[in-house]
Design a protein around this ligand. Structure first.
Ligand SMILES: Nc1ncnc2c1ncn2[C@@H]1O[C@H](COP(=O)(O)OP(=O)(O)OP(=O)(O)O)[C@@H](O)[C@H]1O
Length: 260
C-alpha cells in the first residue's frame, strides 16, 4: 500500500528550478532513500514533504491528505516527524527533556494545568516520561537519560535527534542525513537502529543520504535526483546499474562522496 505519493513537484527559487516535476511513491512500512549529489534538490524535497517549503506546483499526498499548503505543525500532527541535517537539539536540556519536547503534540493537559501541576497533568507527564525512558533504551541512551545533550559526543547527539522524532510516535519518519559526520562504526549502529525502528515500530522511513553504501544496504527503494530532476527510481540494485545514475553520482570517485 502506498503511504506517500509525490506527483510532479516543482520548486522554483527566483530563476532557479530546485525541483522539476519530481514524482515517486513510498510504500507503507518501507525505507525509501533519496540520493543525489550536492545541490540535487534532496533537502528541498524534504522541506516540501515537511511543509517548510511550499511546492510551486505539484502534489504530496499522505494517504488521502494533501500536504502541499499545510504548515509544518499541521503536517507533524498528521504523524510526520523529521530530523535535521544539522543537529537541532536543546543542548542544555537533558536527553529526557529533549525527548519530552518530541511528545508535546501528544500531551492533552494544557499549559495551565501542567504549570499548576494538577493531578491529572502529573499523571499524564509520568506516562510520557515512562515512554521517553523506553525510547531512550531503544536508542541505547538509557544511561544518559539525565545528561545534558550538549555534553554528549556527536554520534550520541545524532541518536537523540532520532529519539526525539520517535517520541512523536510518527507513521512517517523523515531522516535528513542521519549518519553525516559519523565514523564507520557509528554509521553501522545508526543504520541498525533505523532498521529496528522501521521493523519494530512499523514505521515508514524516508531518508536523504550521501552515504551510498548505507543507502544500498538500508533502503528498499531509492529515488535519485540530479540538478532537480528525477533520474532514476527503483530497488538499490536497479539504480546502481542505471547508466545515468552511474554518470551523475555513483561513478564519482568513491573517496570523494560529495561533488563540489
Ligand atoms: N531557500 C532557497 N533559496 C534559494 N535557493 C535555494 C534554497 N534552498 C535550496 N536552494 C537551491 O536549490 C538547489 C537544490 O538545493 P538542495 O539543498 O535541495 O540540494 P541537496 O541535494 O539537498 O544538496 P546537499 O546535498 O548539498 O544538501 C541548489 O541549487 C540550492 O542552492
Amino acid at each position: 500500500m502506498t503511504l506517500l505519493e509525490v506527483t510532479d513537484v516543482t520548486v522554483k527559487f527566483a530563476g532557479l528550478t530546485a525541483l522539476d516535476k519530481v514524482g515517486f511513491t513510498v510504500e507503507d512500512g518501507s525505507v525509501h532513500a533519496i540520493l543525489g549529489p550536492n545541490g540535487a534538490g534532496k533537502s528541498t524535497c524534504f522541506n516540501v514533504l515537511s511543509g517548510v517549503y511550499r511546492a510551486t506546483s505539484g502534489s504530496v499526498r499522505l494517504g488521502r491528505r494533501e500536504l502541499v499548503g499545510l504548515a509544518p505543525h499541521r503536517i507533524a500532527a498528521l504523524g510526520v516527524a523529521r530530523t535535521f541535517q544539522n543537529i537541532a537539539l536543546a543542548g542544555r536540556l537533558t536527553v529526557a527533556d529533549n525527548l519530552m519536547l518530541g511528545r508535546q503534540r501528544l500531551m492533552k493537559a494544557g499549559f495551565l494545568s501542567a504549570g499548576l501541576r494538577l493531578p491529572q497533568a502529573r499523571r499524564e507527564e509520568a506516562e510520557h516520561r515512562r515512554r521517553v525512558a523506553e525510547i531512550a533504551e531503544f536508542i541505547g541512551l538509557e544511561d544518559h537519560l539525565h545528561s545534558p545533550v550538549g555534553v554528549l559526543p556527536y554520534g550520541l547527539r545524532k541518536r537523540v535527534e532520532l529519539g526525539r522524532a520517535l517520541a512523536m510516535e510518527p507513521r512517517l519518519l523523515l531522516l535528513d542525513e542521519p549518519v553525516a559526520g559519523m565514523n564507520g562504526g557509528e554509521r553501522r549502529e545508526m543504520a541498525a537502529l533505523i532498521r529496528a525502528a522501521q521493523r519494530g515500530l512499523g514505521l515508514t522511513v524516508v531518508i536523504v543520504e550521501h552515504d551510498i553504501g548505507l543507502v544500498m544496504n538500508l533502503a528498499d527503494r531509492v529515488t535519485v535526483l540530479d540538478f532537480g530532476r528525477l533520474i532514476a527510481t527503483g530497488t538499490p540494485a536497479e539504480v546502481q546499474r542505471d547508466p545515468e545514475v552511474i554518470r551523475a553520482y555513483l561513478g564519482a570517485d568513491p573517496q570523494q562522496e560529495h561533488r563540489s
